[in-house]
Design a protein around this ligand. Structure first.
Ligand code: BG6
Ligand code: MG
Length: 216
């Protein structure tokens, strides 16, 4: 696959903005209230995974089965805690290198999009002042299958008007790297996915990603 990269699709949580701790604290509060064991190691498994699928992972440690109605209520409660926490996000929570990367790509005429499983994407982008920074936004509100399914990235590419082969995905979740590969895109693994052997490119974070080399 040697097509030129004409578009870059960024995952949001853990790539553009640091929301990891907000997700952890919100799930932890809900799990503690229910008496369900939950820790940061289990939290790592929720990276890139949808809200309801995250809940199912947390319920692996539950002492009793929960009905669908109870699950919906628990997910809603977690989200209320989460929305309260992300209400304090500011531009200071934008991750290192993200703003410079967006400027560099725009300067090179490369289109930029968000491809996130999060239904809170619009709130988060507003909080950090990046609501107008992307040419397209594909998020959890617009898809039926969450990562590792490629749907959100395929949608982002379509919204950019680009073929998947012309797009690079930037991801911090293994589920997201799998989604990018499944969608026929290249992927840059950062953060928790920096060591993912399936990714095409690797960097600890956006501040250390060599986009001049990646774009060629
Ligand atoms: C992803 C996060 O970006 O969004 C996951 O990595 C999260 O941890 C998922 O579960 C869904 O988020 P939300 O905001 O719709 O609950
Ligand atoms: Mg992420």
């Amino acid at each position: 696959m040697n097509d030129r990269i004409l578009g870059v699709i960024f995952d949001l949580d853990g790539v553009i903005v640091s929301t990891d701790n907000c997700h952890y604290l919100a799930w932890k509060r809900m799990a503690d209230e229910e008496g369900i064991y939950f820790d940061r190691t289990i939290n790592e498994r929720l990276r890139g995974v949808s809200r309801m699928e995250s809940l199912e992972i947390i319920l692996e440690r539950a002492q009793r089965p929960y009905t669908d109605d109870e699950k919906q209520a628990m997910a809603a409660r977690k989200n209320a805690y989460y929305v309260e926490l992300i209400g304090s996000l500011t531009r200071a929570d934008i991750l290192p290198g993200a703003l410079d990367t967006l400027s560099y790509l725009k300067g090179r005429g490369v289109k930029v999009a968000i491809g996130s499983s999060s239904k809170n994407t619009p709130i988060i982008l507003r909080q950090i002042g990046l609501e107008n920074a992307f040419d397209a936004v594909a998020d959890g509100n617009a898809i039926t299958h969450s990562k590792p399914d490629p749907e959100v990235f395929v949608l982002a590419a379509r919204l950019l008007g680009l073929a998947p082969e012309s797009c690079l995905v930037v991801e911090d979740a293994d589920a997201g790297i799998e989604a990018a590969m499944g969608g026929g895109m290249r992927a840059l693994g950062v953060g928790s996915a920096a060591g993912n052997p399936a990714a095409t490119f690797h960097a600890p974070d956006l501040a250390h990603a060599d986009f001049a080399a990646i774009l060629g």
